[in-house]
Design a protein around this ligand. Structure first.
Ligand code: PGA
Length: 263
């Protein structure tokens, strides 16, 4: 099973800060090969430079292994959609993955499950890896309807995909009440939902579900990551705040490596 640690920079950094952060990560990655896959999602304006920096070998000729992802894309291939970014544009830059359906997109930009599903299909069509986010709101957790919410999100957005297509999707479970709040799902809560999501994926992808990575997201930090990454159905993390400093992001990658691939 793959293990992925993905950093979602959201609307943070500027040109200089983004390149400095990516430079630190790239140099670390070049010097510290790991079985953990590193994914970094900078804001749109920095993607082209990020792809180039991530491909640049260090002074000893060692290559970093960082996949650059976008944080969003449009569901159409092209057209009169002022201010939007298409999947073919991303692909032409060498961007390899894209976060879709993040709760902030759903909440502040009105993205529906169906629209997110069309984005997933467009990404797959052009060979980019979708990182599909799902997760319940605090009220849904309190009302005990969190499973229904996540099942609905999964089936509405991924239900039309073939098992072969699903094999190229990464799922991120991000309980909305844990994002940026400092509240983390307990390991029990997280494992329970990841196992539930794995069960839903089985309905869609059959046996293929066993190798679809399911990342945890929501205030995941070096001091709580070990307990989360150790769990069976947690295959890494989608990291917001702690991805904005090279040291904490690298620490998360290190923890994931130690926990998932003990020597
Ligand atoms: P957080 O964000 O780690 O800052 O909670 C996670 C995310 O929204 O992807």
């Amino acid at each position: 099973m793959r293990t992925i640690v993905a950093g979602n920079w959201k609307m943070h950094t500027d040109a200089g800060g983004a390149m400095a952060l990516l430079g630190e990560l790239a140099d670390w990655s070049a010097a510290n090969p790991t079985a953990v896959e590193l994914v970094v999602a900078p804001p749109f304006p920095f993607l082209a430079a990020a792809v180039q920096r991530a491909a640049q070998p260090d002074a000893m000729g060692r290559k970093p292994a960082i996949l650059i992802a976008a944080q969003n894309c449009h569901e159409q291939e092209q057209g009169a959609f002022t201010g939007e970014v298409s999947v073919p544009m991303l692909r032409s830059l060498g961007v390899g993955a894209c976060i879709v359906g993040h709760s902030e997109r759903r909440q502040y930009f009105g993205e529906t499950d169906e629209a997110v599903g069309r984005k997933v299909a467009m990404l797959l069509k052009h060979g980019l890896q979708p990182i599909y986010c799902c997760g319940e709101q605090r009220q849904e957790r309190e009302a005990g309807t969190h499973r229904e919410t996540v099942a609905r999100q999964m089936h509405a957005a991924l239900g039309a995909l073939t098992p072969m297509e699903l094999a190229r999707v990464v799922v991120a479970y991000e309980p909305v009440w844990a994002i940026g709040t400092g509240l983390t799902a307990t390991p029990d809560q997280a494992q329970e939902m990841h196992a539930f999501i794995r069960g839903e994926l089985r309905k869609l992808a059959g046996e293929g579900a066993e190798s679809i990575p399911i990342l945890y997201g929501g205030s995941c930090k070096p001091d709580n990551a070990e307990g989360l990454f150790a769990l069976n159905d947690i295959n890494g993390g989608l990291i917001g705040g702690a991805a904005l400093q090279a040291a904490s992001f690298i620490e998360l990658v290190r923890i994931a490596g130690t926990v998932k691939y003990p020597r």
